[in-house]
Design a binder for this molecule. Sequence first.
Ligand SMILES: NC(=O)c1ccc[n+]([C@@H]2O[C@H](COP(=O)([O-])OP(=O)(O)OC[C@H]3O[C@@H](n4cnc5c(N)ncnc54)[C@H](O)[C@@H]3O)[C@@H](O)[C@H]2O)c1
Length: 266
Amino acid sequence: MSPSPVVAPVFPELAGRLALVTGGAVGIGRAISAALARQGVRVAIGDIDLAAAERTAADIGGGAIAVRIDVRERAAVEAGFAEVVARLGGCDLLIANAGVSTMKPALEITDAEWEFNFAVNTRGVFLTNQIAARHFVDTGKGCIVNTASLAAKVGAPLLAHYSASKFAVLGWTQALARELAGKGIRVNAVCPGFVATSMQSREVEWEAGLRGVTPEQVIADYIAQTPLGRLEQPEDVADVVVFLCSDQARFMTGQGINVTGGVYMT
Ligand SMILES: NC(=O)c1ccc[n+]([C@@H]2O[C@H](COP(=O)([O-])OP(=O)(O)OC[C@H]3O[C@@H](n4cnc5c(N)ncnc54)[C@H](O)[C@@H]3O)[C@@H](O)[C@H]2O)c1
């Protein structure tokens, strides 16, 4: 893949800032990493898949680095964050984006599936936010954006465990935003809708099987629910994350911003 196209920075204040993007190797996290790099942000891609993170770091350029981090484990997050600070020379922005999903009717969800979704989606946000925020408090500046979901606003059928894990992200985001507001640290979340990524490809296959329809029908149903009339792309989310990191979002904290093409409107 060729390097990201060079575009004129829209938020010049972001140039030179230092970011950790978890789950940044592919999908939405990759698009966020690339969009930040285009603003002149030096990005650390923290991912459980180090080889994929290294490929993405090389693709997006701008001095991006890759760090292996499993967001489920405190020791791994502490070590990974320390490595980011050492190699970048600091950290100003955390994008807690790593997430997983599995799909099951609610009455069939196993303990293991519940715990897997909560370990990555909820504990991963807790650990990365807490460890980064301690650093931000020490340095007197910082900004956090968590990737929640449409499923954090409305209960998603066949994704009850995922939905619960993402509702929790918004509760945490609001509480942390209130606690850190006086320290100059903003904490927000984005809530994407039906985004074309590898996670979506897996979900389409599962949902087709569970509903007894074709994968094409599942995708058509996603688009039919979307007033703007197409599947969401990772870049649609990334541009909003960049805005939330910018000084133009200086009076926004504790928000869960819908980026769904209108699927959900309040
Ligand atoms: N795709 C969608 O439709 C959609 C919609 C709403 C919200 N989201 C959320 O957006 C985020 C990104 O989703 P995506 O669609 O790009 O998914 P994806 O599966 O395409 O990518 C997820 C990335 O997270 C990494 N990851 C997984 N477990 C990890 C762990 N324990 N530690 C560190 N990294 C880990 C993966 O290696 C991968 O690089 C997730 O939080 C997801 O829940 C996605």
